[in-house]
Design a protein around this ligand. Structure first.
Ligand code: AMP
Length: 424
């Protein structure tokens, strides 16, 4: 019989690696909290329409990458491919819609896209993001970028570039779109099939193509900056002024569009030099005024970003060990099992990490096992110890041991651990 294996593009996070992902997430939520963003959690499964409307039914995500199925009630549901649409839905459906604005929210959790798996690209991955809902001030755009930037600094990640652009609004973007289409039309036959399809449904998507020949064609074409209306130009200038006030370096990238339909004006990404090609974005975001109305709710402006936690964790080291060390509690002989379990409970009550070894193996085998588990201290309970209500406390690093009264054991174990930690 063949073994059941994990799905392609999904990952198991083992105990030795998961702390990196968790630390990245905790640091992000802590920085967001420091800016006043409260954490929100929404379901991983949503009505499909939330994404066809909210992400856009011409985007690659919706046309090619969604995990969509019909549930037992005959309703089309999808695993969420991103977080913003759901956070906005939750905002609009809850008491948050009456809260003082802007409403600042942060989230972290798994997302699902049936993408081609590769380095830094998974079918189930984790995003952390923030959304500031209810105000159109460009200074808020700078604020959400500052959350992202502070987070990366706090994790010690260097070598990042902040790319910033404005993709205009309903006033000026159609003019740019028309100019772009006119420029690309004569080159249509030279485009790759997928790009030709994009030209038909969402020509702006071609702007961030990595295809060298297409990039050359685009370089000689119209630039969005030349088409921005005065309101969009002013908004971009205010975002830039905000970033300067935060002390965040940036570069304006006229080709930066991003793959979701909902952006207006500000778009941004943070790139890292070590991540290659299309996978070099650590995070991306922008302003999405109008998205709530697209979902059928009263409209309110908003701005946010989403970051890939796997990509960020990849760039960080392991968090330092907490230094407390593990204690192995070993019974020697069946008579000592209950006493060993009670001692383990008492030690955990002191906040210590205790692994119990109350099986039938020999004392030698148990001590070898404790070493293998990385325990710093072993407590041994056999017939002798039972007789006089003592415990043998063995310092596994210094290879020393002593018998102490059961009542004194927790203090002695804690002192031995502390001495071991101090000795390094
Ligand atoms: P997006 O929601 O497409 O703007 O993506 C925001 C961030 O999520 C990206 O910059 C990546 O860091 C991360 N991301 C997006 N798709 C994937 C994926 N398939 N696997 C891992 N990370 C991803």
């Amino acid at each position: 019989m063949t073994a059941v294996q994990r799905l392609r593009g999904t990952a198991d996070w083992l105990p030795q690696d998961l702390p990196r992902l968790r630390r990245a997430e905790q640091a992000g939520l802590a920085v967001a909290r420091a800016f006043g963003y409260g954490e929100i959690a929404t379901p991983v499964i949503e009505p499909t329409e939330l994404f066809t409307r909210g992400v856009g039914d011409t985007t690659d995500i919706v046309t090619h990458q969604m995990y969509t199925f019909t549930d037992l009630g005959g309703r089309s549901v999808s695993l969420r491919p991103e977080g913003t649409a759901a956070v906005l839905r939750a905002f609009a459906e809850s008491s948050l819609r009456q809260a003082p604005r802007p409403v600042r929210l942060a989230y972290a959790g798994p997302m699902f896209r049936h993408d081609r798996p590769g380095r830094g690209r998974f079918r189930q991955f984790h995003q952390l993001g923030v959304e500031a809902i209810g105000e159109a001030d460009p200074e808020l755009d700078a604020e959400v970028i500052a959350v992202a930037w502070d987070w990366l600094r706090r994790l010690g990640i260097e070598g990042t570039t902040l790319a910033l652009n404005s993709i205009g609004d309903a006033t000026c973007r159609p003019l740019f779109r028309a100019a772009l289409l006119a420029h690309l039309a004569p080159h249509r036959d030279r485009l790759a099939p997928l790009d030709r399809e994009r030209l038909g449904r969402n020509p702006l998507r071609l702007l961030d193509s990595k295809d060298a020949s297409l990039r050359a064609i685009l370089a000689s074409g119209p630039q969005i900056a030349a088409f921005l209306c005065p309101a969009c130009r002013d908004a971009l200038a205010r975002v830039e002024a905000g970033l300067r006030a935060y002390g965040i370096p940036y570069q304006v990238e006229p080709q930066l569009v991003r793959g979701l339909d909902y952006y207006v004006r500000t778009t941004f990404e943070v790139w890292h030099q070590s991540l290659e090609g299309a996978q070099n974005a650590l995070l991306g975001g922008g302003r999405y005024d109008g998205l709530l109305a697209t979902l059928g709710f009263p409209d309110a402006p908003g701005v946010g970003f989403a970051a890939g936690l796997e990509r960020i964790a990849l760039l960080t080291g392991m968090p330092p060990a907490d230094g407390s060390g593990t204690v192995a509690v070993c019974s020697i002989g069946a008579a000592a099992v209950a006493a060993a379990i009670r001692l383990g409970t008492a030690l955990r009550g002191r906040g210590l990490v205790v692994v119990a070894d109350v099986g039938p193996r020999s004392a030698r085998a148990k001590l070898r096992g404790a070493d293998g588990q990385g325990a710093a201290v072993a407590c041994l309970l056999g017939d002798d110890e039972l007789r006089d209500a003592t415990v043998t406390v063995r310092d596994l690093r210094a290879q020393r041991q002593e018998r102490v009264a059961v009542a004194d054991a927790p203090d002695r174990v804690a002192a031995t651990l502390a001495a071991g930690a101090a000795a390094g």
